[in-house]
Design a protein around this ligand. Structure first.
Ligand SMILES: [Zn+2]
Length: 487
């Protein structure tokens, strides 16, 4: 007798959608097939002809951006992680990859957070560390050995005031190149993540916009224009090509960056690219609706660039869609004002609750509009991230042997997003307020255990476990195979 069988399911496998059943035992998928082939089980879940997709893998998450009393990053991270991972479960996200910030060595803080989160996380997790000092490069081998294999760089993004607020030093060309060489030598699944923006350039544009007395989302877009991103994408891609190292660009936002990544992929560079959900679905031309809550880096772009981004997805240049979730309280984000007051130059970039609205917004704006198929949604939100970050085939696909991280999607009920929609740390704000969406999880399962059902969280804080990135022989669709690079 096995643990669970899910019957009457439209199962979204990597290639097809098949109608049938999924057998689950010991937290893993045993078998996918017609119901009559299923072994006897203690529990039967009737999917009632709903779609079943793999649990989402979100490789871009920030917990702990605002300081905790006492100032330690680990404490701030724990404070946000505990409530917001429940929001992730409501959003069908079963693996999160928080990014850690530290001025000192990451060895103690990764140990501390893995130990803590093994008893306090609603979802499984892997960690990324933000590299901005030589010591962080020196620690890479030790981190790699403990299963932490992704290394994020702010490639000349953030300096002066911005950097000081975040206690980050920007990484210049030689710093990124030294990291890339190290990452290449570590071998798969080690991978660089890069936020590409040129702070030397955009600082001048910000000063100019402010001197003109401008404010708002369009001014913010003009203050960090697309080319201040794409020049750094070009240089980062070139460095990855020369170092023969894998590099994942976070949050691409414009056509020139897409073309650059496409060109270097065609040359055999080991590149991957990400889009974040708000860059695909909200424009800087919508300030009336979304207000200055929608301040992001890079900024939201005009509609023309949003169309380019969807083309980049359809063309296979963009491999993953992530959240770039940033935990904030309403007060942090508005500085005591409402979404239409306060200044774009003063409020912090990023927004909360993204992990919870990612799936329904993507379902509504991506799948129902015909921009992507359901199989593509699964590649973009689960399989490719799992492959790129060494978690596949445990995570990212409904295949025999994989962890039973599954989401039964409710695509018949419609919701209007308001503050009752959310379940994270602060539910009071969203850039999607008033939007109608469908595609919320009806049930979320983590390694065979139901953690969300019928709109209720039924998991516990001991459910989530650290997933060591180990398996590096796979690459994403669109990521050039390492053998294609001349050695
Ligand atoms: Zn981010």
């Amino acid at each position: 007798m096995i643990d669970t069988v899910i019957v009457n399911a439209k199962i979204v496998t990597p290639r097809d959608i098949v109608f049938g059943a999924i057998a689950i035992d010991g937290g893993r998928i045993e078998l996918i097939g017609p119901e009559w082939q299923m072994p006897k089980s203690r529990e039967v879940i009737d999917a009632k002809e709903r779609f079943v997709i793999p649990g989402i893998v979100d490789p871009h998450v920030h917990y702990g951006l605002t300081p905790a009393p006492g100032g330690s990053f680990a404490e701030a991270c724990k404070r946000d992680w505990k409530p917001d991972a429940i929001g992730a479960a409501f959003g069908g996200i079963t693996t999160v990859m928080p990014m850690l910030m530290s001025a000192g060595s990451y060895v103690p803080v990764t140990k501390e957070l893995i130990g803590w989160a093994n008893e306090n996380s609603a979802t499984d997790f892997a960690l990324t560390v933000i590299v901005h000092k030589q010591q962080h490069r020196d620690d890479m081998q030790e981190l790699f050995d403990s299963g932490v294999t992704s290394f994020k760089h702010f490639f000349n993004a953030f300096q002066a005031e911005e950097g000081e607020q975040m206690q980050l030093a920007p990484v210049d060309e030689s710093g990124l190149f030294r990291s890339l060489e190290k990452i290449r030598d570590l071998g798969a699944p080690a991978i660089a993540m890069v936020h590409a923006e040129d702070c030397g350039l955009y600082s001048a544009f910000i000063a100019r916009q402010r001197a003109k007395g401008r404010d708002g989302l369009k001014a913010w877009n003009d203050a960090r224009p697309p080319f201040t991103e794409s020049v750094r994408i070009e240089l980062g891609a070139r460095l990855a090509y020369e170092a023969r190292a894998p590099l994942y660009f976070v949050h691409l936002s414009n056509q020139e960056s897409i073309e650059t990544v496409q060109r270097y992929k065609a040359r055999g560079a080991r590149l991957a690219a990400e889009a974040v959900i708000h860059t695909l679905t909200v424009s800087c031309e919508q300030e009336e609706e979304v207000g200055i809550w929608a301040k992001f880096v890079p900024p939201l772009r005009p509609w023309s660039e949003i169309h380019n981004m969807w083309r980049g997805i359809r063309g296979g240049v963009i491999d993953c869609i992530a959240t770039d979730h940033c935990t904030y309280m309403l007060e942090d984000k508005t500085l005591g004002q409402d979404k239409h007051r306060g200044s774009i130059w003063e409020i912090p970039p990023g927004i909360s609750n993204v992990q919870e609205h990612l799936l329904p917004v993507l379902w509504t704006d991506g799948v129902l509009t015909g921009r992507i198929s359901l199989n593509e949604l699964v590649h973009l939100t689960a399989e490719n991230a799992a492959r790129l970050f060494g978690l596949y085939p445990r995570k990212g696909a409904i295949i025999a042997g994989a962890d039973a991280d599954l989401v039964i999607v409710d695509d018949t009920t419609w919701h209007v997003i308001d503050d009752k929609f959310y379940h994270g740390k602060d539910t009071r704000f969203s850039i999607y307020m008033g939007r109608r969406v469908t595609g919320r999880p009806h049930l979320t399962m983590l390694r065979g255990k139901t953690i969300l059902k019928d709109g209720r969280y039924v998991g516990s804080f001991e459910d989530g476990k650290h997933v060591e990135a180990r398996l590096g022989q796979f690459s994403a669709r669109g990521l050039a195979d390492s053998t294609a690079v001349a050695e």
